[in-house]
Design a protein around this ligand. Structure first.
Ligand SMILES: *[C@@H]1O[C@H](CO)[C@@H](O)[C@H](O)[C@H]1NC(C)=O
Ligand SMILES: *[C@@H]1O[C@H](CO)[C@@H](O)[C@H](O)[C@H]1NC(C)=O
Ligand SMILES: *[C@@H]1O[C@H](CO)[C@@H](O)[C@H](O)[C@H]1NC(C)=O
Ligand SMILES: *[C@@H]1O[C@H](CO)[C@@H](O)[C@H](O)[C@H]1NC(C)=O
Ligand SMILES: *[C@@H]1O[C@H](CO)[C@@H](O)[C@H](O)[C@H]1NC(C)=O
Ligand SMILES: *[C@@H]1O[C@H](CO)[C@@H](O)[C@H](O)[C@H]1NC(C)=O
Ligand SMILES: *[C@@H]1O[C@H](CO)[C@@H](O)[C@H](O)[C@H]1NC(C)=O
Ligand SMILES: *[C@@H]1O[C@H](CO)[C@@H](O)[C@H](O)[C@H]1NC(C)=O
Length: 718
């Protein structure tokens, strides 16, 4: 054997030897989410962990907000008695609820060896709990000066000698106990104690959030301390840095990285197809302000892919104007027997938003058969019919689907909180919203849509009124209960619509939403086959240069007609017309102008968005700015005006959209182009003609012989 091989073998032997000789002791009285995360990171690195106190009642006080933690020392003392004579054993005592490993046991042992002491405590820059002790600390040239008891490493006999001195109560302070011992120069020397001043092993995050960065590797992610240029192995979210630790632990040690993506997303998933019965879900529907597209929201609720007899619906409607009542009424009448139960609480109950949200949760909490509570605000458009199933399958206590405002960075979660509990943007927020990083993210705040396990409501979240907080937003309270909240962006779930500036003083208010919610507007009002005009040349040319194509949905047609009849002041087809410049119309129709119902801005936008591209397609090279001063709906009926004599339009080109159906709504009608001796006798609802206006296309409106025919016209120029 050559000398080098010998060295190598010794090193290898030593590292294996040491790996076996590190024992992690932690105190946890409950399997909190934080504990499970700690164990996951420990198992990933193959630590040997012994958990002390599981199932015991916690008497150690509310650590973090007041002093306490003595129970941890007492349990450690009891455990160390049996290990006291194992001279080679290195014991690492750490917290677990708010701590993760970012490196393995061999690295810890190597660093411990380098520290060349028998006992090493974690250090931090803030002194706690007794500030008066500051000057008793030994001076140091650099590094963190004060002891933190969240992490201790040492040889078993020495650790035993430290903790065997404990004779206080469970609710006395552990950190004060260790601090006093450390500050006693004699003890410090005989027990050979020091602090990990430069975060070689222990990174406490309290007061040090700005010092750390994530360091991405190929198979795992570490935390790097940029001040000491160290790679700490134990990352501890002490003090009020729990939420920050949560965000680090979305990556560390192997939760997510660029190469492998999300490594725990499929852990513990539930396969719904293997269940005898689907879980019971209470869906809490919240209409907290006037909301566009409510009928479409309800339709989506109805088309969720989930057995309806497993769904119970609770609706809170806080909109006191009567506007939404017709929508709710209609949905209720049509579907009350579809769902297992259906309950509506209206504005007359005068419930605050927080009270209503609590009521929804309470209904589930108090019903032992309620497996899940699905809270859903009506500004959430779930376009993914699988959403509820996908969320249930992830098997988390609280999980929400990512939904975002179309084309915006606005979403239903916050990646970080400021120290005073308000919004802060996390570094990964944009990547998560844009689904450049895909996974399940532990986040501090979420609203609009989330799923909560009924069992969690009855246990960890059994305190009622999680929502009623005095100053904060009602949803804000959700983040304050210690249960991990996840947002998933593993699928496209849907979007958030805008409820701002929703004017409900019209008859069909969604027609006006073309600016605020263009995607939903298009989905509701534009013909299903409109895009095929471009992809498959889905249009006809019944007469020369008269193009015929689908543009409006049935809904658009119906609502425009309703809006006009609701307004009701038809012009009567007279030549005198105060609405136009000059006050005289040579070929008058019985009509209402878009401007009269306050719809001109929206209509012009519609022309620019949906008509201009067609013009460009059929009159190649002609790009219209969509400028049009004459936009109106015409009504033909034998009782008033039945036809229109031949004329030219004062436009470069004209669009003429049929708003109702021949044969069912009226008889007769149509349009004849004289120059070509060509008529279009069977208008189709929602379809538009487009033809040149001034020179070539002299035309007339053929008589409507029965019923009422409506068309929408625009003279576009240029
Ligand atoms: C933990 O142990 C397993 C099985 O022995 C091994 O495959 C794995 O690589 C170990 N993990 C680490 C991080 O060393
Ligand atoms: C502490 O122990 C190390 C060996 O583990 C020894 O080298 C060092 O001298 C000791 N320090 C004191 C102050 O006793
Ligand atoms: C509704 O509740 C608010 C605050 O709780 C109260 O000020 C108001 O008087 C109540 N209105 C009615 C009609 O009961
Ligand atoms: C909701 O109802 C409460 C109590 O009646 C009322 O104070 C509040 O203004 C309502 N909110 C909205 C957005 O209508
Ligand atoms: C809402 O619409 C009505 C009718 O068009 C209009 O009079 C009113 O000014 C609008 N309100 C707002 C806030 O825009
Ligand atoms: C769209 O076109 C398809 C055939 O291409 C047809 O079956 C469907 O009815 C059309 N949709 C509407 C709303 O007319
Ligand atoms: C116009 O067309 C009709 C048939 O569609 C035909 O009977 C008539 O003779 C034509 N008129 C002229 C002037 O070509
Ligand atoms: C006219 O329309 C009404 C209903 O719209 C229908 O009952 C009637 O039969 C129609 N008359 C003719 C002559 O088509």
């Amino acid at each position: 054997m050559s000398g080098w091989e010998g060295v190598f073998l010794v090193v290898l032997w030593k590292s294996l030897y040491f790996a076996d000789k590190l024992l992690v002791l932690t105190v946890a009285t409950e399997e909190t989410d934080g504990f499970l995360r700690f164990m996951q990171s420990a198992n990933y690195f193959n630590y040997t962990v012994k958990v002390l106190g599981m199932g015991e009642t916690w008497k150690g006080g509310d650590v973090g907000r007041s002093i306490g933690g003595g129970q941890k020392v007492r349990l450690l003392k009891e455990a160390m008695e049996a290990l006291a004579d194992q001279e080679d054993l290195v014991v690492l005592s750490v917290d677990s609820y708010d701590l993760v490993f970012s490196g393995g046991p061999e690295e810890i042992l190597r660093k411990f060896q380098q520290a060349n002491h028998k006992v090493l405590f974690a250090a931090e820059g803030l002194i706690w709990p007794d500030k008066k002790l500051a000057e008793k600390y030994p001076a140091i040239r650099s590094g963190k000066r004060y002891l933190n008891s969240g992490g201790i490493i040492g040889f078993a006999p020495y650790i035993n000698r430290v903790v065997s001195q404990w004779n206080l109560h469970d609710n006395d302070d552990d950190q004060l106990f260790y601090t006093k011992m450390y500050l006693d120069p004699l003890q410090r020397q005989t027990l050979n104690m020091t602090l990990d001043h430069k975060c070689q092993i222990f990174q406490n995050l309290n007061g040090a959030v700005d010092e750390v960065l994530l360091k991405f590797g190929t198979d795992r992610v570490r935390v790097r301390n940029t001040v000491y240029d160290s790679l700490p192995v134990v990352v501890h979210g002490n003090g009020n840095t729990k939420i920050y630790l949560n965000s680090l632990a979305n990556y560390v040690p192997n939760t997510w990285n660029y190469e492998l993506g999300c490594s725990h997303c499929d852990d513990d998933i539930v396969d719904l197809s293997q269940l005898k019965e689907y879980p019971n879900v209470l869906v809490g529907v919240f209409i907290e302000q006037p909301t566009p597209f409510l009928p479409e929201f309800f339709k989506r609720l109805l088309t969720l892919d989930y057995p309806k007899d497993k769904l119970n619906i609770f609706v809170h409607n806080n909109v006191s104007e009567v506007y939404h009542e017709k929508h709710i009424q209609k949905f209720w009448q049509e579907n009350r027997n579809v769902f297992n139960t259906f309950k509506v609480v209206g504005p007359e109950e005068n419930l605050s938003q927080g009270e209503a949200r609590n009521m929804g949760m309470d209904i589930c909490r108090k019903d032992a058969t309620c497996d899940y509570y699905f809270s859903l605000d009506t500004d959430v458009m779930l376009t993914n019919r699988q959403t509820l199933k996908l969320l249930i399958e992830q098997n988390r206590k609280i999980i929400g689907p990512l939904v975002t405002r179309h084309g915006k960075l606005w979403s239903n979660f916050w990646g970080a909180l400021s120290l005073d509990g308000y919004y802060a943007r996390s570094e990964d927020y944009v990547d998560i919203v844009q689904r450049k990083r895909v996974g399940m993210w532990n986040i501090p705040f979420m609203a609009h849509v989330y799923l909560v396990k009924g069992s969690a409501l009855r246990n960890e979240l059994k305190e009622r009124n999680v929502f009623v907080l005095e100053k904060l937003d009602p949803d804000m309270a959700l983040c304050r209960n210690g249960v991990f909240m996840y947002i998933t962006n593993r699928h496209d779930f849907g979007r958030l619509i805008s409820t701002a500036n929703y004017n409900i003083s019209h008859y069909n208010n969604d027609l006006w939403q073309i600016f605020q919610n263009p995607v939903d507007w298009k989905e509701k009002y534009i013909h299903q086959n409109y895009t095929q005009i471009f992809t498959e040349n889905y249009m006809e040319e019944p007469c020369p240069d008269v193009f015929w194509f689908p543009v409006f949905s049935e809904k658009a047609c119906d609502e425009i007609v309703e809006e006009m009849e609701h307004y009701g002041s038809w012009s009567g087809g007279k030549h005198e017309d105060k609405r136009i410049s000059g006050g005289y119309e040579t070929v008058p129709t019985d009509d209402i102008h878009m401007r009269q119902i306050g719809y001109d801005k929206e209509w012009l936008h519609f022309i620019r968005e949906f008509i201009s591209p067609i013009t460009l397609k059929v009159f190649s090279g002609y790009f219209t700015k969509g400028y049009s001063i004459m936009n109106f709906v015409v009504k033909y009926t034998p009782e008033r005006q039945a036809y229109l004599r031949p004329h030219h339009d004062s436009s470069t080109f004209t669009i003429n959209i049929a708003l109702n159906n021949k044969d069912t709504d009226f008889q007769g009608g149509g349009c004849r182009f004289h120059r070509y001796n060509c008529s279009l006798n069977s208008p189709r609802k929602g379809w538009s003609f487009m033809h040149p206006g001034r020179l070539t296309h002299l035309h007339e409106g053929l008589p409507t012989t029965n019923g009422t025919r409506y068309i929408a016209i625009s003279f576009i120029d240029p």
